[in-house]
Ligand binder design. Structure first.
Ligand code: 8YV
Length: 316
């Protein structure tokens, strides 16, 4: 039996890439340019499956070069870079990796929340710079208590709910906003994001990306969060008006922000670098050994189930 032919848009994990190479005939997709054109011209029509990720995504133009494509398997839960409707219009199922990363992403949300509220990275810089020795005792600025604080969550999906569960351990009050109330949860629903921001001490962004949520967190929401409020984003950079956030942090009109995601990754506006009231990490919410392994396994399982004639484990 001939092996299915895959086009791999991005390297995943060494073990996953090895498994793909051992099981399928794999062509690596070169970056946009003549090499990509040549590969697609030569092999585009032979491709059965596309392996991609939330980072690499795929668009209609790529699909058009793969006339016999039958399945797509993406590494990640985010669908904002994946033209799922274009795939579905051709009857091509799109596999992705929800659930297996929920805990890790929620863990990082709390890590960021504690980091900015309790000034942990700032304290680390303080000690390393020798300032603890040089400055008077108690010169380091006070942080904000996390236990018993008010937590607002934008987007109470799988990840938002996992954040809310963790908040229970900290005795926090939780309210949320989103398109509609979520059935079966006890947390209070706040239809207005501005009102949620005004109420919250910490506002965690856990909604999906894409055009519907672009710049939902704008200057008005940041104003409502106010100088005692902190923003945490583990969703997509596009949900926040990044320039408005930079201005708010510079003016100290919000307490602080902790960001895993940015509007134009991996580019982060340099204005953030000079500020102590922001924590910046390079999109690492799912980046643990355990979770990335599980995500890679789901990418493989979605493909193997499909090629065995069954449904995908997780289809978008
Ligand atoms: C990954 C993500 O960093 O799952 C997502 O949507 O953004 C992250 O888990 C990404 O998939 C890696 O490409």
């Amino acid at each position: 039996m001939t092996r299915p032919v895959l086009l791999q848009a991005i390297a995943l994990l060494p073990d996953v890439d090895r498994h793909l190479a051992e099981t399928y005939t794999v062509h690596q997709l070169p970056p946009a340019g003549p090499a990509r054109e040549a590969l697609l011209a030569q092999h585009g029509a032979s491709i059965d499956g596309l392996v991609t990720s939330a980072r690499a995504g795929f668009d209609q133009a790529l699909l058009a070069r793969l006339p016999n494509l039958r399945v797509i398997s993406s590494f990640g839960v985010g669908l904002d870079t994946l033209d799922v409707p274009a795939a579905q219009a051709r009857g091509i199922p799109v596999g992705y990796t929800p659930d297996v990363l929920t805990d890790c992403v929620a863990d990082l949300a709390f890590g960021l929340l504690l980091s900015i509220g309790r000034r942990i990275p700032e304290g680390d810089r303080y000690v390393r710079a020798g300032q603890w020795v040089q400055k008077p005792p108690a010169a380091f600025p006070l942080g904000r208590q996390v236990s018993h604080a008010k937590l607002g969550i934008l987007g109470l999906g799988r990840i938002g709910q996992a954040v809310a569960q963790r908040a229970g351990g900290f005795g926090m009050q939780v309210r949320y906003s989103g398109r509609r109330p979520v059935a079966g949860v006890d947390y209070g629903f706040e239809p207005s994001l501005v009102a949620l921001a005004r109420w919250a001490d910490f506002l965690v962004i856990a909604t999906t990306g894409g055009p519907e949520t672009r710049h939902l967190v704008n200057a008005q929401v940041l104003d409502a969060l106010g100088p005692q409020g902190f923003l945490v984003n583990i969703a997509r950079g596009t949900v926040i008006d990044e320039q408005a956030l930079l201005r708010a942090l510079q003016a100290k009109s919000i307490g602080g922000a902790a960001l895993d995601v940015f509007e134009y990754e991996p580019r982060v506006p340099e204005g953030f670098f000079a500020l102590d009231n922001v924590v910046l990490v390079p999109h690492i919410a799912s980046a643990t050994v355990e979770t990335r392994k599980a995500m890679g396994q789901r990418v493989l399982d979605n493909l193997s189930e499909f090629f065995a004639g069954r449904g995908l484990v997780s289809a978008a």
